[in-house]
Write a protein of this length. Structure first.
Length: 254
């Protein structure tokens, strides 16, 4: 797919781009020629990833950023613009999952943290990038990494499902608002993907059995399964696609 899709001269930010799904997306975008900033808290990890991807046509630039901190998000966008140019593609991928458990055990602090990282960071980054995309009249693509947990409640996953559902509704609202200005906004809802984030699930015998016996595609998803959809949504080939949620789950919720 990357052979025909070109993102050359595009600039992208991928939060949580140092590992897992974010890394696979960053790789795919840079392969297609985009210059990509990967951003998360651990600079060492980002640098290792940037080094690993250094032979791709697009540059991969690591910038440390805690996405829960407004000043660090402002710095992320400012540094990206300074080093690579204005942002065309924003992938809101970084996320956390605390507060898994019975909903009656959820505290205010857990709620605030989940909103700060999984919702507010996307809102802030959109606020920091989209007005400039609109002013430049050069289009733009926002890709929000949600989850099938945002479409169906997960066992003991109140906060995660709620934040991922919120991201879907933000996607659709933004799509309506920004579409007339040429900025597209879409979400991807992965099922179980083999990363550090979901280790507790895919290492669980019960989940492995369920995948082998009931999921239409009888294997666990890989970060690369998500990256091709992100590449498409980032590209001009998807210029008629906005406000959508692409479910990539091996048919799990079918
Ligand atoms: N894996 C799955 O089964 C699955 C399923 C559905 C949806 N998703 C979604 O896919 C996205 C990527 O998850 P993944 O599975 O690839 O997980 P992962 O490998 O654990 O990656 C999560 C990324 O988020 C970054 N991050 C976490 N907290 C951050 C913070 N406060 N500030 C900046 N960066 C932060 C992490 O980097 P640092 O630690 O360096 O900050 C890491 O790069 C998430 O939105 C997740 O909800 C995953």
């Amino acid at each position: 797919m990357s052979a025909c899709i070109s993102l050359s001269s595009k600039v992208a930010i991928v939060t949580g781009g140092g590992r897992g799904i974010g890394k696979a997306i960053a790789k795919r975008l840079a392969e297609a020629g985009a210059d990509v900033v990967i951003a998360s808290r651990k600079l060492e990890n980002l640098e290792a990833t940037a080094h690993e991807l250094s032979s791709l046509p697009g540059q991969v630039v690591p910038i440390a950023c805690h996405i829960g901190r407004l000043d660090q998000l402002e710095n992320l966008v400012c540094e990206t613009e300074k080093r690579l140019g204005p942002v065309d593609i924003l992938v809101n991928n970084g996320a956390t999952n605390i507060g898994q458990g019975p909903s009656l055990d959820v505290t205010d602090e857990m709620l605030d943290k989940m909103v700060e990282i999984n919702i507010k960071a996307a809102l802030r980054l959109v606020r920091l990038t989209v007005p400039k995309m609109i002013d430049r009249k050069s289009g733009g693509s926002i890709i929000n990494i949600s989850s099938i947990a945002g479409l169906h409640p997960q066992p003991e996953g109140l906060l995660y499902s709620f934040t991922k559902a919120g991201l879907i509704m933000m996607t659709r609202s933004w799509a309506r608002e920004f579409g007339p200005h040429g900025v597209r906004v879409n979400a991807i809802a992965p099922g179980l993907i083999q990363t550090d984030f979901s280790e507790i699930l895919w290492k669980n015998e019960m989940y492995q059995q369920a995948i082998k016996t009931t999921q239409p595609i009888r294997r666990i998803g890989q970060p690369d399964d998500i990256s091709y959809a992100a590449l498409y949504l980032a590209s001009d080939e998807a210029s008629f696609v906005t406000g959508q949620v692409i479910v990539l789950d091996g048919g799990a919720i079918a």
